[in-house]
Design a protein around this ligand. Structure first.
Ligand SMILES: Cc1cc2nc3c(=O)[nH]c(=O)nc-3n(C[C@H](O)[C@H](O)[C@H](O)COP(=O)(O)OP(=O)(O)OC[C@H]3O[C@@H](n4cnc5c(N)ncnc54)[C@H](O)[C@@H]3O)c2cc1C
Length: 391
């Protein structure tokens, strides 16, 4: 079987679904391929919720992207009738014995600085204000500093993907699910994509393969990307009232080092609090990823990040999940043309903070495919910055 199209999108997770939708909306003849049946729980885009906020502590380059995403989530909600983006507010705080108030690299400080620089609506909170406004987080040490952004909150990853894929299909996109891309080659005729079921010849290709990117992209990505297993925990609530009527999404740093956790308020109709941490030291791969979470891991999470830190939560586990980050050497994105495959754009190495940007990146990549450039400045994410690593 041979199929022709203007653009093929390889991988229909967060990045691919957004790109596919935007291309279909622009009237492009587009085919999407995915080895699984998205939305699914085998990649990096599951687990009910993803944090979003405008003051992205990771840096200035992300602000225009997340702004556009917030606009697009609302457009998608209007089109689909689905609830995708909950603006419950985001609380970022540092409260820990090692906290150094003069440390400008502290995540809460960076978040505050970015918000001040770019005029993002926010409040700077003292320890006492955090205690009064958010008594569910305790104890809060006197040295604590807090950042509250009312327009932040969380997005629903599985719903966002499902809505964009449905809309793309309605607009004429072809979705090939349960089909694996095995080879990509480019020449003067275009880009030839081989799957386990057919050949697709496209004018352009967008590769959004998440944690499978290393294998599909080859050099230099195989030397740049690392897959890091992450665990997600939902603990049953003992006192629902502590989180009513609204509770924010939160990121809590302890001070020096990377001792941090984040979490989400209970979802409507659910009685559990989702909490997680990040780890970058243990490397995995799509084939070797341990997808089970042990009771010991759940207990350690509770003891380290919930017990004595978040009130009204029991140690009873309601749900567990494993997900993976695809991480670059500097933890920023790689979004660029493939150096040896012509007419091929690469997205997906999003180092564990990409979902909030995915809707806008889909729009930017669609513009890139159609017009050869995008209005968003994505130069900060180019491969060039790793020239020293890849040579
Ligand atoms: C635990 C966890 C928490 C996170 N929290 C946040 C957060 O709070 N806020 C935030 O903004 N971001 C967060 N992120 C990051 C964000 O979720 C990811 O950056 C984003 O979802 C990745 O999307 P993706 O499209 O690159 O990958 P995926 O959504 O995994 O999509 C890749 C797709 O490619 C398909 N595929 C792969 N290989 C092939 C092939 N050979 N042929 C066909 N199909 C293929 C896969 O089946 C998959 O569907 C988090 C990530 C994790 C894991």
């Amino acid at each position: 079987m041979e199929h022709r199209c203007e653009v093929a999108v390889l991988g229909m997770g967060a990045m691919g679904a957004a790109t596919l939708y935007q291309l279909a909306k622009a009237g492009v003849n587009v085919i999407g391929v995915d080895r699984h049946h998205p939305p699914h729980d085998q990649g990096s885009s599951h687990g009910d919720t993803r944090i979003t906020r405008l003051s992205v502590g990771e840096g200035d380059a992300y602000l225009p992207i997340v702004r556009n995403s917030h606009r697009i989530w609302r457009e998608l909600e209007a089109l689909s009738g689905e609830s995708l983006f909950e603006q419950c507010g985001v609380l970022v705080m540092t409260s820990g014995p090692d906290y150094d108030a003069d440390d400008a690299s502290d995540f809460t400080h960076r978040t505050l600085h970015l918000a001040q620089t770019h005029g993002i609506e926010h409040e700077r909170l003292s320890a006492e204000q955090i205690r009064q406004r958010f008594p569910q987080f305790s104890p809060v040490l006197d040295t604590a500093v807090g950042y509250f952004e009312p327009s932040g909150g969380y997005v629903r990853p599985e719903r966002c993907i499902a809505v964009q894929l449905q809309l793309a299909e309605t607009l004429g996109a072809t979705l090939l699910k349960g089909e694996t891309v095995t080879h990509i080659r480019s020449d003067e005729q275009g880009v030839t994509v081989t799957t386990d079921q057919r050949t697709i010849i496209a004018d352009r290709v967008v590769i959004s393969a998440g944690m499978w990117s290393q294998g599909l992209l080859g050099a230099p990505f195989d030397r740049l990307l690392r897959v890091c297993r992450q665990t997600l925990f939902w603990f049953e609530l003992e006192e629902t009232a502590k989180f009513a009527p609204v509770s924010p999404t939160f990121i809590r740093h302890q001070g020096a080092g990377d001792d941090a956790s984040y979490g989400f308020p209970p979802l409507p109709g659910e009685n559990s609090l989702k909490v997680a941490t990040e780890q970058y030291s243990e490397e995995s791969s799509p084939d070797t990823l341990d997808r089970t979470v042990s009771a010991a891991e759940a207990l350690e999470m509770f003891d380290t990040h919930v017990r004595g830190k978040i009130a009204g939560v029991s140690s009873r586990v309601a749900k567990l999940a494993v997900c993976a980050y695809t991480v670059t050497p500097d933890s920023h994105f790689i979004i660029d043309e493939h150096p040896s495959l012509k007419n091929t754009l690469v997205v997906s190495a999003c180092s564990g903070h990409g979902f909030k940007h995915s809707a806008a990146l889909g729009e930017a990549l669609a513009h890139w495919c159609v017009r050869g450039s995008s209005e968003l400045d994505l130069s900060a994410f180019s491969l060039k910055r790793f020239a020293g690593v890849t040579e």
